[in-house]
Ligand binder design. Sequence first.
Ligand SMILES: *Cc1c(COP(=O)(O)O)cnc(C)c1O
Length: 484
Amino acid sequence: MAGPKGAFGADPRRAIPSAERVLEDPQLSIWVKATPGRTARTVARILAEVRERLARGEALPGTLDVGALAAWAARERERESRPILRPVINATGVVLHTNLGRAPLAEEAVVNLQAVARGYSNLEFDLASGERGHRASLVTDLLKEVTGAPAAHVLNNNAAAVFLALRTLASGREVIVSRGELVEIGGSFRIPDVMAESGARLREVGTTNRTHRSDYERAFGPDTALVFKAHPSNFRIRGFTADVPLEELADVAHAHGVPAIMDLGSGLLAKDLALDEPRVADCLAAGIDLVLLSGDKLLGGPQAGIVLGRPDLVEAIRTAPLSRALRVDKLTLAALESTLRLYRDGRTAEIPTLRMVGRTPEELRRDAERLARKLRGAVRDRAEIRVKSDASQVGGGSAPDLPLSTSIVTVKPAAGSAMSLSERLRAGEPPVVARIVDGRIAVDPRTLLPGDETRLVRILAQALGGDAGPTDEGAGSARGSREP
Ligand SMILES: *Cc1c(COP(=O)(O)O)cnc(C)c1O
């Protein structure tokens, strides 16, 4: 159990350098300058740990000189100075990845968000009159212009919009819903549960696969508050199915003097994207009275719940008592306004989500081939790199039926498993999240953002245990900074 004999006799602990000498090492100078107290405590903690491990009889070869201890402390400071929530590289090909923050924002939205974050803003202040204003009204004109809706409101997210709409317009009364739409969206958002929380009573009609106009007709009674339709966004029923078209649904509701509401989920606004998803404009044109959708799905903006439709219904929601608890924050409004401007000005090509969904198989094949070439150059014989056809997904509960043709780059490490390689990729800086397909790491270029490709090559080469070769960035920019 005896520890190694140090230079100073029997007790190796006497060989441990002083904290002062470690702190003077040039490797720590930036940390000592920026955070002297914190860095001194880090060094003290490391020296205490070394002392304890030596006392237990552990051999710590190469750890006891000043340079090694300073490097250890610098690594610790580097690690703990990194934010816990930070950018990752999405190599999965799932465009709206719920676990990876859904929609990346357009550059202009980021710039506006930063400007508003840094100082004061006219969040609830009408600059023309000098009087109090309403925060959500900052974007309502833009929403109306872009969607054609007669009125608009914004809440914290779409779950809040669905809840508040039901609560405000149907509490204590009945809501008619098709059994085919009593869905779970994920993350514990279930239409029947939200309905129950809102105080509305669910009146189910039809069957899982078929619901007819006559089913709706029979369900109306004195207690009916509205007809609700949910876009079953994350699955599709195939085969012997029947659904009431939106026009008819609105018709039936109006014939009985109640509104028709649609929880659209993703809510496609873009007109020029060929996706089999219901569009906001189509719902409104069909006579749906209220359309609810997310800001950070196919719209490509920040997390938000967007309420569009009949002015009296929108106003009731806006002024509902719980509205304050579900209100939208100023950073969201800043990003949402900028995103909506891109729609208004016909600049949707600048919205990352739409750009990614719209990428052609030919472009993606070229990207995959280029990435594969760079990877082969960087990893040599440490992995086998191939390109093959595959499918990406829109994700976020959109277009579940519609795999998007893509080409993926697959990486099979010469030593070790794909699983352990994927672990090392997640430990990269920035972390890389990739799928595993047939025992190989799969990188889908569809969801790579500008600058990601170079970083990915560096991180994969490092994860495969070689030197990274030339990198795109200096040491200082490694901590989550973005390239233009
Ligand atoms: C995603 C989704 C929701 C929840 O929206 P959030 O913005 O995540 O709160 C509700 N309904 C449908 C149909 C959805 O697809």
